[in-house]
Structure formats: structure tokens, C-alpha cells
Design a protein around this ligand. Structure first.
Ligand code: FAD
Length: 569
């Protein structure tokens, strides 16, 4: 045991990992190391520029994970983007700050995670946040809020970009969507998300630069002598104690640096925060997972949890775009979050009964496609919850982002709660080899239908005055390609050839009771281990209607408190 030694070793200096590192190192008696594959992006203009969404894609700070061929979605592979940098994916994301519908977080507790509900998470959303009250110019362009929803003293700056799209836009959108049954929601961050909104972003409003996990939680604290970030270094696997404990006990992490392979030792805990496409892979490389998979690669089985890497849930993103009749300056922050009732109108009960009658079959398909690793009864229970959220609680069914930029008016949209379930698993015992990532996009007809139905709703919105006055020809999909008379199957084909990942993968190390398919406990501890946690998007058991970072910051804040309590820090 000659390598460097710390109390806590965190794998992944991303969105979640830096929260944990920050909070644990508040106690000077505790040493914390963060292992991060990437490097600083503090001065990278592809990161800092608030208009720069997409510029980092495909550069060296994008993992650009590739999926397997998507057999239900036209056959081609997809790219799943994720940040490789101090700050992780928060350095390349779209900066939208929207939380979740309260009932979705309450569902965590209903499914056996004691202490995890909206009310108990809410103070942690606030703890992480430094809300920047919009100035009059921003308010006149749509920025709106209830101050009681927000935190004023946290590390993470939340607010609006300096320049928001001109002031005539929001009233016009409001008038249009009112006719489609969607009303204005002043602030979606109080647990009730349905409506048209101008949501805040993770942005430093004053300096007009992106706010990310590193700027919030790391850079102002980088001089703490008990906090060490080890960059350009990849974790390969957990090293276990060779003593026979009843529970698997981690003693450190094997890493590859520029100089070779070494071990970084942890006297208290190893915490995996490598993201939902990496943390489960690291578990498998360490012998925690499905024995059938581990045996294939001669990895000794440390803990048998067949659902490691299963339950992968992502959304699919697509868009319609139009010629603009004006020239728009500034950043748009308009989203529409319609419920199923608002999307489907009179047809909603038909859709609900179709979904209701399909779920048993869907559950069978998911279980079979996981070769039984996911139990049919467990996935069926998750589907019933999802059905209730969509059709009873009427959580948002889709997010539609409206983008009047320069001389075009486009939209991006994604149905929020798909039924498809996929997986991420190792394809080799060698940590430098890519994993097999398969989200199974459009595994079920309902997911494809949802994509088409929301597209039709958006087209209807763009044809409704006064929004219709702002647009000319439809560029995508284009009336000549898909006239209003186009059949469902023509729309299906368009969706399959134009969709992309929405980059919101969750669930691959779900926080659920072990007999319900969980990988981590309500303390986010990996079952069967004494001192290994997962704290990142992997642990969210169900997809959320909000963008993910706000909730991940809150979850990590709460987790940090639980760790501090356990060790009386
Ligand atoms: P990450 O932030 O990805 O952190 C994981 C870290 O681990 C990374 O730094 C990575 O380099 C490191 N790592 C991985 N493997 C290893 C290893 N073996 N060794 C060492 N280090 C390793 N969310 C929003 O809230 N709003 C948005 O507008 C939004 N838009 C998005 C747009 C895009 C293009 C993408 C990709 C995502 C978007 N999201 C958005 C989602 C959100 O950003 C992510 O869900 C979230 O940042 C994930 O946080 P995490 O802590 O799980 O992982």
C-alpha cells in the first residue's frame, strides 16, 4: 500500500462529483481526492460562451460515446455526448435549469427509498443555488420567478443570460399556446412544471459566462490543502481489501495516468461519480454486477447484482424549424411543457388505455432483452408509476424548446417519459475499451407515437396566430416532405431518420430496494459493499421531467450531508 492515500476518493470530477468533493473537504481534517479523466476548461471559449451550445461537441472534451445499432430506430448508431473535463457534462450542456415535478421525486420514497421525497430534497435544491434576480430588462423579456422557490446563498449561479430575445416574443407565445390549452407558468422550479415558461439557466448573469460545476464548486476552493484533483487520469477499477469481510471493502482505485498504472488509496470510501454511462461500467470492471456478464470477461465476482448497467433510460430529441419573418437577437429561454391532456385533447383516454393495455407486454420485452436480469414484476411496477405520472398526475408529457434565433425559428422537443429501457455493459475487462451502450430507442410503439404526436402539436402551434405571423416556410420536416395529410408511418420514418439522443441517460445504478432491482441503497451505497457509493445520474431510478443538473446538484448535496453524518464530520 505504497501509493497516495486519502480519506475519500471520488471517481469523476463532474457535475455530481465536485459537489461531494467540495462539501466533504469543508472539514479540514478530511482528505479528498478527485480522479478526473479530463482537464481544466476554465478558459475554453467553447465552454464559457453562453451562445456556444454545441461548439464543444466532437472536441477533445466530449466523450462522444457511441451506442450500438439502434434496431428499433432505423438501425443506425447514436452519439451520446458527455463532458470530459473538470466540471463534467455541466461544461458542455444546454444550461437549462429546471428541476422536476414534485410527485416524481415523491415516487422515490414510494418505491422504498426512505427519506427521499420532494420536501426533503427541496432544501438541497436551494442549498446548491445562488439565484440571481433578473433585472428589469430581463423581466420585460419574460424572466419571472417566485423568490420562495430559490436559494440565494449556494455556490451555483442560476439566472438569465444578459441578452434575452426581444420583448414581443413571450406575449405572442403566450397567446398562441393559450389557444392550445397551455397557460403561462411563472416559475417551473417549485415542483409544478406544466405550462409555457421562460426558465432560468446555469449562467453567471453578470459576467455572461456559463456557470458549471467547476466554477461553482471547485475553482473558488481549489486552494484547500485537503482537496486534491488528479486530472488527465482515468480510473480503471476499484481495488478491494483481500481480508475476508462479510461485505466487499474498497481500499482504493486503480488508475492510469500519463506515467502508467498506479493505485490511489482510500481509507474511508470510494465514490463513483463518473456519470451514468461510466459508473456502472466501473462497477462491472470491479466485479460488481451480473455474474453472466462478469464471467464472460474472467472478472472475479465480488458482488452479484444483476441489474448493474440495466434500466438505462434516455429521451429522444427532434425538431421542427421554420423560416423567420424577423431577425432575432439574444438568447431565447422559452420552453413549453404540455401535459398529456394538452397534447392529446379529446383523444387522451384512447392513448391512456392503449398504454395501459400494452404495459404488461412491454415489461416482458424489457425483461427478455435483459436476459432476465431485470425482473418483469419490477419493470411493470415502474411502468405503472410512469402511467400514473403521465395520465393521472398529468406531469409534463414533453418539453418543447422554442428557438427564435437570427432569421430562423426552430424548435427542439423530446417526450419526457419514454418506456424504452436499455443497458450499458462492459465488452472487455480492459477499462480503456468502450462499453456496449444500448438505449433501445423506440423499443415500444408508444415512444415513437409520442414523438410523432408532439411533432404534430408543434406544427399546429406554428400555424396558430400570432406565432404563425413570425414564421414563413417550414424547413424541417417541410410541408413537401410531410404534408398535413402524411400518414403515421411517414411520420415514423421521419422521426427515425432525424432523432438524436437527448443526452439525459439515467438509471444504470438505480437507487431502489435490492429486491426491486436496485443497485444502491437510500444512502447511495452499493449493495453488498461496505464503503462504495455511486453519486451521479446513474442513481436516479426514473427519468425526470426537468433537465438533470439541478436535481443532480441537490441529490449530491443531500448525499454529502448523509456521508458527513455517518462519519460525524
Ligand atoms: P458528469 O457531469 O458527466 O461527470 C462525470 C465525470 O466523470 C466527467 O467529468 C468525466 O470526465 C469523468 N469520468 C468518466 N469516466 C472516468 C474515469 N474512468 N476516470 C476518471 N474520470 C472519469 N442538463 C441540464 O440540467 N440542463 C441542460 O440544458 C442540459 N443539456 C444537456 C446537453 C448536453 C449536450 C448533454 C450531454 C447533457 C445535458 N444535460 C443538461 C444533462 C446534464 O448535463 C447531465 O445529466 C449531468 O451533467 C450529468 O452529471 P453527472 O454527475 O452524472 O456526470
Amino acid at each position: 500500500d505504497s501509493g497516495p492515500k486519502y480519506d475519500f476518493v471520488i471517481v469523476g470530477g463532474g457535475t455530481s462529483g465536485l459537489v461531494i468533493a467540495n462539501r466533504l473537504s469543508e472539514n479540514k481534517a478530511i482528505t479528498v481526492a478527485v480522479i478526473e479523466a479530463g482537464d481544466s476548461v476554465f478558459n475554453n471559449p467553447n465552454v464559457t460562451n453562453v451562445f456556444g451550445y454545441g461548439r464543444a461537441f466532437g472536441t477533445h472534451i466530449d466523450w462522444a460515446y457511441q451506442t450500438e445499432d439502434q434496431e428499433y430506430a432505423g438501425g443506425s448508431k447514436q452519439i451520446m455526448r458527455a463532458g470530459k473535463a473538470i466540471g463534467g457534462t455541466s461544461t458542455i450542456n444546454g444550461m437549462s435549469y429546471t428541476r422536476a415535478q414534485s410527485v416524481q421525486v415523491d415516487a422515490w420514497e414510494l418505491f422504498g427509498n426512505k427519506g427521499w421525497n420532494w420536501d426533503s430534497l427541496f432544501p438541497y435544491y436551494q442549498k446548491s443555488e445562488m439565484f440571481q434576480i433578473p433585472i428589469l430588462n430581463q423581466i420585460s423579456r419574460g424572466a419571472d420567478y417566485y423568490i420562495t422557490y430559490h436559494g440565494m446563498n449556494g455556490p451555483l449561479k442560476v439566472g438569465w443570460p444578459t441578452e434575452i430575445t426581444n420583448r414581443t416574443m413571450l406575449p405572442a407565445l403566450d397567446q398562441t399556446f393559450n389557444q392550445l390549452g397551455v397557460t403561462f407558468n411563472r416559475d417551473v422550479n417549485g415542483g409544478s412544471m406544466v405550462g409555457l415558461t421562460s426558465h432560468p439557466n446555469t449562467v453567471n448573469s453578470e459576467e455572461n459566462v456559463r456557470e458549471d460545476a467547476a466554477r461553482a464548486y471547485y475553482w473558488p476552493y481549489q486552494n484547500r490543502s485537503n482537496l486534491k484533483i488528479i486530472t488527465n487520469t482515468s480510473a480503471n477499477k476499484i481495488i478491494w481489501s483481500s481480508n475476508s469481510h462479510s461485505e466487499a471493502t474498497a481500499v482504493g482505485v486503480e488508475v492510469t495516468t500519463a506515467h502508467g498504472v498506479e493505485t490511489i488509496y482510500a481509507s474511508k470510501e470510494v465514490i463513483l461519480s463518473a456519470g451514468s454511462l461510466k459508473s456502472p461500467v466501473l462497477l462491472e470492471l470491479s466485479g460488481v454486477g451480473n455474474p453472466d456478464i462478469l464471467r464472460k470477461y474472467n472478472i472475479p465476482i465480488k458482488v452479484n447484482i444483476s441489474t448493474v448497467g440495466e434500466n438505462l433510460q434516455d429521451q429522444t430529441n427532434n425538431g421542427l424549424s421554420y423560416q423567420g419573418t424577423e431577425f432575432w437577437l439574444g438568447s431565447p429561454t422559452f420552453s413549453v411543457l404540455p401535459s398529456a391532456n394538452q397534447i392529446y385533447g379529446n383523444n387522451v383516454s384512447n392513448v391512456a388505455s392503449y398504454v395501459n393495455s400494452s404495459m404488461a407486454e412491454y415489461a416482458k420485452v424489457v425483461s427478455n432483452s435483459s436476459k432476465g436480469a431485470v425482473q418483469e414484476a419490477n419493470i411493470l411496477a415502474a411502468f405503472k408509476l410512469q402511467y400514473d405520472l403521465i395520465f393521472e398526475s398529468q406531469v409534463p408529457f414533453a418539453e418543447i424548446v422554442l428557438l427564435p434565433i437570427a432569421d430562423s425559428f426552430s424548435s427542439e422537443y423530446w417526450p419526457l417519459l419514454p418506456f424504452s429501457r436499455g443497458s450499458v455493459h462492459i465488452k472487455s475487462a480492459n477499462a480503456s475499451m468502450p462499453a456496449s451502450i444500448n438505449p433501445n430507442y423506440f423499443m415500444f410503439k408508444q415512444d415513437l407515437d409520442a414523438q410523432v404526436d408532439v411533432a404534430r402539436f408543434i406544427r399546429k402551434a406554428f400555424m396558430t396566430a400570432p406565432l404563425s405571423d413570425f414564421v414563413g416556410d417550414e424547413y424541417t420536416p417541410g410541408m413537401e416532405n410531410l404534408p398535413d395529410s402524411a400518414s403515421d408511418s411517414q411520420w415514423d420514418d421521419w422521426v427515425k431518420s432525424n432523432y438524436r439522443s437527448n443526452f439525459h441517460p439515467v438509471g444504470t445504478a438505480s437507487m431502489l430496494p435490492r429486491n426491486m432491482g436496485g443497485v444502491v441503497s437510500p444512502e447511495l451505497k452499493v449493495y453488498g459493499t461496505k464503503n462504495v457509493r455511486v453519486i451521479d445520474a446513474s442513481v436516479l431510478p426514473f427519468q425526470l421531467c426537468g433537465h438533470l443538473t439541478s436535481t443532480l446538484y441537490a441529490v449530491a448535496e443531500k448525499a454529502a450531508d448523509m456521508i458527513k453524518k455517518q462519519y460525524r464530520l
